[in-house]
Design a protein around this ligand. Structure first.
Ligand SMILES: Nc1ncnc2c1ncn2[C@@H]1O[C@H](COP(=O)(O)OP(=O)(O)OP(=O)(O)O)[C@@H](O)[C@H]1O
Length: 234
């Protein structure tokens, strides 16, 4: 459903950090992108989302070229992004934050809210409270829920385990796997934390020096964990 070929991209003109990314993700698949800090994982997510324009290469979503599209159009085609750091509006209530997930989507209202609340019951319980009062794990659930309420086909997550306690990391990974399985949601997760990757992703692609330098089924990395450090150039 997502085909990336020869993708080059950078934050500054003429300084490409991604130097020819090739990556194919099939519908309903859950793929993790792992790599050392500063390798351009966030840039890859931002480029797929249309927040940074590629300087070369091709990105296709279900066959349609999206590389030159602005972010709101890509969002309307069914791609959602949960950024690193979550970007929750702490002064707004949980429900108000969820409403933001359907802004700019004229065909969607809050009809998906009950399903979202069934997936993340803490958000139902606390819907009228200010989001800034929640724990890191609860805020991450809210950020994911805000992305899901727009009914994406492809969900991009950037370091969702950051700043979250291990038991909540497991819970979020299991929840996302279940949602992906029941809804056919395709997931690309940028993640350094293998505990989340192990539960959530079926396959790992390693990003090193601007290229995808290796790929492996997650099960193989569980059996041979030394492959993780080798592939990450550590
Ligand atoms: N807004 C920006 N303008 C210019 N350079 C940037 C900007 N944001 C990040 N960079 C640099 O671009 C490179 C790639 O950053 P990016 O955040 O995409 O990597 P990453 O693999 O996601 O790293 P991390 O795991 O630390 O978030 C890094 O060297 C970073 O310092």
């Amino acid at each position: 459903m997502l085909e990336i070929k020869g993708l080059r991209s950078g934050y500054a003109r003429g300084a490409d950090i991604l130097k020819g990314i090739d990556l194919n993700v099939t519908a309903g698949e859950r793929v993790a992108i792992m790599g050392r800090n500063g390798m351009g994982k966030t840039l890859l997510a931002k480029t797929i989302m249309g927040l940074v324009k590629p300087s070369a290469g091709d990105i296709r979503l279900e066959g349609a070229p999206i590389g030159a599209m602005p972010a709101h159009k890509i969002s309307n085609l069914g791609v959602a992004y949960v950024p690193q750091g979550r970007e929750i509006f702490g002064d707004f209530t949980i429900l108000e934050n969820l409403r933001m997930g359907v802004i700019g989507k004229p065909k969607l209202g809050l009809e998906g809210l009950e399903k979202i609340y069934d997936w993340f019951p803490i958000l139902r319980e606390r819907q009228s409270q200010r989001a800034g009062t929640m724990s890191g794990g609860q805020m991450q659930q809210l950020a994911i829920a805000r992305a899901l309420i727009g009914r994406p086909k492809l969900l991009l997550l950037d370091e969702p385990s950051e700043g979250i306690q291990p038991n909540i990391v497991h819970e979020i990974a299991e929840k996302l796997s279940a949602i992906s399985a029941t809804e056919g949601l395709t997931v690309i997760v940028i993640e350094q934390n293998f505990e989340m990757v192990e539960i959530l992703a079926e396959r790992v692609a390693f990003l090193e020096n601007g290229l995808i330098t290796g790929e492996s089924p997650t099960s193989r990395l569980v059996a041979e964990p030394e492959l993780i450090t080798q592939n990450m150039g550590l």
